[in-house]
Ligand binder design. Structure first.
Ligand code: ADP
Length: 586
């Protein structure tokens, strides 16, 4: 059992008081008993002298009868045993004996106090009295009378001294007890006084250990003051360190949450210990995957193989696909201290898509350019070699060279337009523009080719509409759509341009009754060089860029484009542009 400061102090004072009481009682008894006996002896001597003087002053007979009566009276007066003895040892009177007993009493001449008194005038002795059966103190003095000399003896049982000593012991015990009570009280007070700052110190230290903010208020002097000062300083340092750590943690979390990259930390058993919001988005998770094994949330055999070994791996990078249509570039870095890893995933889907588009584009452009160039080269070489015998054939060769050169020129013009629009260098002057004049210009431009195929071009939805657009770009869009409609609609077909009003936009539709487009192509039709039938497109002088230019121009003017099937057959290409006047009825 461990005692507290208070209990220890109390125990110490208790033991001290007990020792002090015990030793003082032993000391007192040792010193007081002889002193008391001596006092009693002096008292008895005084009594004996008084008895002697009374005897000398007495005038009556000195018979045994008289003297025994006198001894009785004197014994009563001094509350002691009084004995009168003749110098030959004969007992003449005794306050404790009757006359008959006195006469029968044995000779006292041999008693030491009697011998001493007869010899020197006074004597004392201490011995057991057979007559009274108790320890007695005897004091005797010699007297001289005309009738003879003798000894007057006074005795007192030592029992009385014993009683005095016992009383003394009782006093000492009571005093000790009082001392003990006082000591207890004082020690409790002192312990309280002493232990209070300690207890407060312990309580505050416990509160600190629990992480509470507290200060110990103790008088600055003394050891406890120093201790409290030290604890306060430690607490302040601790608080500062905790605050710095919390700040650091907040910063770390903010950075993690704001990151566009996914961050996952793993322990040595490849279980997730932390995943930032972007990691959850990448992996399509709603709750943080903390504690889950990595292979449960990322299924990449390469990643698994890398992390399956006993030793930490990396830093190393690898790229793989995640189920939620993302391609991620992943960097794995070991955490030497914990034996785990940090995985940082960067979304490279868009980058890879653009790379693919660029690669495809370059391949497509080279492919498109190769055919007319090789035709031009072959025909011009044949003509130069003089390998063409007649002028008719030469004219056909020249016509082929011309048409392929024209195709090249169209291709290059379209490519240049497209790249300008994409680079934002196509000068678009957006302003309120009436659709009708631009539409009329476009239809007029296409009337010639349409007539050659006995096609009709009509417009409906008559009244004038104003949109936010660049007039040249708007005419270009209409031209491209009408050109396609004329190209892909067979002879005798009917082409119609319809204008409609939406909430705050105008919808323009170019509808034909041609072969139409299968729905599977519709979503990709506006991509560069995408053609349903490349051979037919080329045959008709198409570059495969017309619809891509339409899409880019319309979107640059803040509109949308699309294509859908027309009924009963044919296709409906549409685009919308923002209305310059909110509503015609307003
Ligand atoms: P092209 O120069 O080949 O016409 P476009 O980008 O203008 O290139 O058109 C892409 C493809 O869309 C065409 O090759 C053709 O297959 C299809 N297409 C465009 N307009 C029509 C239409 N009105 N009817 C049927 N097919 C069309």
């Amino acid at each position: 059992m461990v005692l507290g400061v208070r209990s220890r102090l109390f125990l110490l004072s208790f033991v001290l008081v007990a020792i002090a009481s015990l030793s003082s009682s032993v000391y007192l008894e040792r010193k007081l008993r002889p002193m008391l006996e001596r006092t009693v002896e002096v008292e008895l001597l005084r009594h004996a002298r008084m008895v002697r003087e009374t005897l000398i002053a007495r005038t009556g007979d000195h018979t045994v009868e008289e003297l025994n009566r006198l001894a009785d009276r004197l014994g009563n007066a001094v509350a002691s045993r009084v004995t009168l003895i003749r110098n030959d040892g004969t007992v003449l009177g005794d306050s404790n004996l009757s006359e008959a007993e006195v006469r029968a009493a044995e000779n006292h001449a041999s008693r030491p106090e009697v011998i001493a008194a007869l010899a020197s005038g006074a004597g004392s002795a201490r011995r057991y009295s057979a007559t009274l059966r108790t320890e007695m103190l005897y004091v005797a003095v010699r007297y001289e009378l005309r009738s003879g000399a003798g000894v007057a003896r006074v005795a007192l049982p030592l029992i009385e001294v014993e009683a005095l000593v016992r009383r003394l012991r009782l006093f000492v015990a009571v005093a000790g007890l009082i001392g003990l009570v006082v000591a207890t009280f004082v020690s409790v007070m002192a312990a309280n006084l002493f232990a209070r700052p300690f207890r407060s110190l312990v309580d505050k230290a416990r509160a600190l250990a629990r992480g509470e903010r507290t200060r110990i208020e103790v008088a600055p002097a003394g050891e406890i003051g120093h201790l409290a000062g030290s604890i306060n300083r430690i607490s302040e340092d601790l608080e500062q360190a905790v605050r710095a750590l919390a700040d650091e943690r907040d910063r770390f979390h903010t950075v993690l949450e704001a990151m566009a990259d996914a961050v996952i930390t793993l322990d040595s058993a490849n279980r997730v210990t932390l995943a930032n919001p972007m990691a959850m988005e990448f992996l399509g998770l709603r709750v943080p995957p903390v504690e889950r094994p990595l292979k449960e949330i990322i299924r990449s055999s390469e990643l698994e193989r890398l992390l399956d070994g006993d030793e930490p791996v990396g830093p190393i990078s690898l790229e793989f696909d995640l189920p939620v249509a993302r391609r991620v570039l992943t960097r794995i870095t070991p955490m030497r201290a914990t034996g785990g890893h940090i995985i940082v995933m960067h979304d490279v889907s868009e980058m890879r898509r653009l790379e693919t588009i660029r690669r495809d584009f370059v391949a497509n452009v080279s492919h498109e350019l190769r055919t007319p160039i090789s035709v031009i080269l072959a025909n011009s070489e044949t003509l130069a070699d003089g390998g063409v015998p007649d002028t008719d054939q030469a004219a056909r060769f020249l016509a082929s060279i011309h048409s392929n050169a024209e195709r090249l020129s169209r291709l290059i013009a379209d490519l240049l337009d497209l790249s300008k629009i994409e680079a934002g260098r196509y000068p678009l002057a957006l302003r309120p523009t009436e659709i009708e004049p631009e539409l009329r210009k476009a239809i007029e431009a296409m009337l010639g080719p349409a007539r050659m195929k006995r096609q009709t071009i009509e417009s409906s939805g008559g009244e004038s509409r104003t949109v936010v657009a660049d007039p040249t770009a708007l005419e270009q869009v209409l031209l491209n759509l009408l050109d396609n409609a004329v190209k892909y609609t067979p002879e005798g077909g009917r082409i119609e341009v319809r204008l409609g009003t939406l909430d705050d936009a105008v919808r323009v539709e170019v509808v034909d009754d041609g072969p139409g487009i299968e729905p599977r192509h519709c979503s990709r039709l506006f991509e560069r060089f995408y053609r349903v039938d490349p051979g037919r497109s080329r045959e008709l002088g198409g570059t495969g860029l017309g619809l891509a230019i339409v899409k880019h121009l319309v979107e640059s003017m803040g509109g949308h484009v699309g294509v859908e099937a027309a009924s009963p057959h044919g296709s409906r290409f549409w685009f919308t542009l923002q209305s310059a006047i909110r509503s015609d009825s307003e």
